[in-house]
Write a new protein. Structure first.
Ligand code: ATP
Length: 363
């Protein structure tokens, strides 16, 4: 059977295990020899026990678990050619020429570079007598399929990234809990949620929790945001509301690009309205806990599609990323999506927020 390996890289997210499970089982079903690579690219560079053959039962009882059971890491070694040479050696000597990468845009970029260099890496290994001529010939093509695991929903080309829905559930549970205490004491709560470059979590949280106000990076707050915020709170209290929830995304800014932090918002509310105001920073709670049904199914579907893409690949097939488009699993050119995602980040850095939103498209 064909050698196929799966690994998770970059930040973890709920639903990654469902994706890993799906890749392993679909791969075995289609007759592949499937491997886990532990600790992301670091495991690929280091080899040894980090690359382990998987069987049907090694992915039993993981679908409900958060994080990733095969570990994830950031890896400086893989940024250097020397590290990628070692990774190529570890794959070729195990007969692995199909890779499923689950990560963010950095991880996908690394995989694309690896594939571009594959031929020259193999030549170098042959020259150094680390692999045989037969191995050089037999494993001359590397195929790549990617999936995006991220709670931020910050990747262009997919309606939802794996983990976003679970993170939303986590945030909403926390806010619902806070609402009951806020109601009793007539408090204003400021919640900081994740999303440095993407306000998706903040906007969806605000919509589903009846929040008073919402600060994100794509729509910088106007110069008089402090007045507008206080007027809105006053108005709501006048009409009988006993509490206020304000959502602040990590990357929230004003029109000059200055950060709007939870502390700053609190200062505005306390100084102008003298309200009992508290801050809650949810932090890694958002990444934790078990994946939602949506993320489990999303991981399963993306994983199966990634393996199918690899099995159908020809030497000419470009690396793809498997994404969700209107409830369909689709394959898109990996680098095009990465380029668009990076263009959004650039537009944001240039303070061209309209362009950023336009480039991001539906996701
Ligand atoms: P997240 O969105 O959670 O940050 P990510 O995949 O974008 O996920 P990165 O830290 O950017 O996270 O990348 C993960 C790993 O991918 C890096 O530690 C590195 O090993 C590899 N990688 C990233 N960019 C490159 C690159 N240009 N060349 C080679 N490898 C890379």
């Amino acid at each position: 059977g064909k050698g196929l390996a799966v690994f998770t890289s970059g930040g973890d997210s709920q639903g990654m295990n469902a994706a890993v499970r799906s890749v392993v089982r679909m791969g075995i079903y289609l007759g592949c020899k499937v491997y886990f690579i532990r600790e992301g690219y670091q495991g690929m560079v280091d080899g040894g026990d980090n690359i382990e053959e998987a069987n049907w039962s090694s992915v039993s009882s993981i679908i409900h678990k958060g994080g990733t059971i095969i570990g994830s890491a950031r890896c400086m070694d893989f940024i250097k050619r020397e590290g990628r040479l070692s990774a190529a050696y570890n794959l070729v000597t195990r007969g692995i020429t199909n890779l499923v990468v689950i990560g963010g845009d950095g991880s996908l970029t690394g995989a694309n570079l690896f594939r571009q260099e594959w031929s020259s890496l193999l030549d170098e290994l042959l020259q150094n007598n680390r692999i045989t001529k037969d191995q050089r010939e037999k494993y001359k093509f590397l195929h790549i399929a990617g999936m995006v695991g991220s709670i931020d929903n910050d990747f262009c080309g997919t309606d939802m990234t794996i983990g976003t829905d679970s993170a939303l559930h986590r945030i909403i549970e926390a806010i619902d809990a806070i609402v009951s205490t806020a109601y009793s004491h007539q408090r204003t709560f400021i919640m900081e949620v994740m999303g440095r470059h993407c306000g998706f979590l903040a906007v969806f949280t605000a919509l589903s929790t009846d929040a008073t106000y919402n600060f994100i990076c794509e729509e910088p707050a106007p110069p008089n945001w402090d007045k507008k915020l206080c007027e809105k709170i006053k108005e709501e209290r006048k009409s009988g509301q006993r509490l206020n929830i304000i959502i602040v995304a990590e990357g929230a800014i004003d029109r000059e690009g200055k950060p709007i932090t939870a502390e700053l918002v609190k200062k505005v509310v306390v100084e102008n309205l003298q309200q009992d105001t508290r801050i809650t920073v949810l932090g890694h709670v958002q990444r934790g806990g078990s994946p939602s049904a949506f993320d489990r199914i999303l991981g399963c579907r993306m994983g199966a599609e990634a393996v199918m893409a690899l099995m159908e690949a020809t030497p000419e097939t470009e690396p793809c990323v498997v994404t969700l488009d209107g409830n369909q699993a689709v394959r898109l050119p990996l680098m095009e999506c990465v380029r668009r995602t990076k263009a959004v980040a650039q537009a944001m850095a240039d303070k061209n927020w309209d362009l950023a939103v336009q480039l991001r498209g539906r996701s």
